[in-house]
Ligand binder design. Sequence first.
Ligand code: SF4
Length: 455
Amino acid sequence: MNVLLFRPRPDKETIGLQNVMICEPLELEYIAANIEPLGHTCTIIDMIIEKKDVTYFVKEYNPDVVGITGYISHVNIMKDYAKKAKEVNPLIKTIIGGVHAEVNPGDFESEYVDYIIRANGIRTFIDILNSLEGKNSNDEIECVYAKDRPAPKKDTSFDYRFPAREKVDAYRSKYYYMFHRNCSLIKTSFGCPYNCKFCFCRQIMDDQYFARSLENIADELEEVKETEIYIVDDDFLVGRQRILDFCDLLEKRDIHKKYLIYGRADFIAANEDVIKRFKEVGLRAVIVGLESCDSKQLDDYNKRTNVEINERAVGILKKYDVECYGTFILGLDWTWADFSALYKWIKKLDLVFVNLQPLTPLRGTDIYEKYKPRFIVREDEYEKWDLAHLVVEPDHISVRKYYWYTMVLYYLITANPVSWWYMVKKYGLHDTLKLTIGAGRVNTQYWKKLIKGEG
Ligand code: SF4
């Protein structure tokens, strides 16, 4: 069958990380790699980069099947792509996948959507193609969403061909993550062993966690041409021995890459020697969910860390010249005093790169029901559920003030001349300018929110 896969372009309303990063569509590359050996042909279209619209590509490639992936903020766009595909040719079968579809499949119900993948994306995609070719019946595809069918079990192993990275060769030079240019993605584990209350990640794997074998990961790394590697595990720093073994294996197999990873503060704080070792074999930056400068708040989030642990972790990363990208949650009960306290704490730690997110109770998380009565953004305005819009009425300050304080914090921490000069010295003028332009676009989006004074 002729399969056309789309990665959607975010809506204009979505406050976009795509302004400071565009990463390859790894999940679509996995689909391509695993269906083509079965006799299908597959093309990936990255709509973030393409200028033409979906209709053009559907006419151009004349597919039997259109597959679309995305996150919560893409729901309406994904359904619109399916509609456009059917308008070109009603016989095209449309398949929806991605993490939001797995947790909240009902959001994609539409006369234009034929299949919603509920679990085990690659295997289920193959099952659907088999069914379309008459090799099995629709009833046998247990992981496709059907209203009254119970949620299927998630696989706890991952035995698939490596992603077909060459499928996005035409876009490759456009992919980057902040200062990590020509950056390739790799996924080495699934799920997260922790259970922070606000986190959507653990819903995706039904609280299960499993990791690929290190040898298998090294095999994949050897095939990747790019030297910048973004390991997109929810938490790569799980298991001290695993990380040490990983470092040894990189050395043994002569693999020389630079790594950007997600890691928890408590691991970093308790394993300085592991960070030192990992740095020797290429660790370049860690995205750390620091979340708060208040231990009580960290307890409320069930983060299982505290402020001292956070400070120690940031200090260790600094000591070994590993960049720390700190992510923070802005409380809904905050006043200027709380914003100001966070600013002072971040300044004390000398952090330059931060991501500030208002607490967002995504459907599927533990905190959803508690905040639902106070939503100021409708749940079907998916494009605003981007972890940057304020979706809940704040307790003590207006929406306008909330956005203003957020912008002030960004300015004081990242977008000021001192931080700018730090970036130029460390990463060069070209990349700093590129990031500055992207950040400027995000800033414009915040200004619009502030002027309108709405979520
Ligand atoms: S926030 Fe991080 S550590 Fe906590 S559950 Fe989510 S992925 Fe795991």
